[in-house]
Design a protein. Structure first.
Length: 126
């Protein structure tokens, strides 16, 4: 059997994506992160609204360092998904579709989501 005609699996680590490609992939990852966190958020809200004891339990829970780290990760997910979503909406309207503008808007998305995450982390940890 001739194996030369078989498809080659390069793997994701060998891909050299441009910055707009990485921002697009991160947009998908942040959307999945937010989607998966939704049941946890609904559960926490429900528990905190059932009784005063449930509220105190959730209040104590959010003081744990791992929960704070999760909150910062979700803040990044929300910020990145928001700003990248605005970028995708602009591109759907044929705004910023040339290569230079796409690179610039990718940098802006990364900077804004990073700044928003740092701001949230600073607020959370003080």
């Amino acid at each position: 059997m001739n194996t030369d005609s078989r498809p080659i699996d390069f793997g994701l680590t060998r891909l050299r994506l441009p910055l707009p490609g990485w921002v697009s992939i991160l947009h998908r990852i942040s959307g999945v992160l937010l989607f998966l966190a939704l049941p946890l958020g609904v559960w926490a809200l429900s528990t905190s609204l059932v009784s005063e004891a449930g509220f105190q339990a959730m209040r104590d829970c959010v003081q744990h360092p791992l929960v704070k780290l999760l909150a910062v990760a979700l803040a990044w997910g929300f910020a990145h998904h928001f700003f990248a979503g605005l970028r995708h909406l602009a591109m759907d309207a044929h705004i910023g579709t040339n290569l230079k503008t796409a690179r610039t808007s990718s940098i802006v998305v990364l900077l804004l989501s990073g700044l928003a995450t740092l701001g949230f982390a600073r607020w959370l940890l003080t």
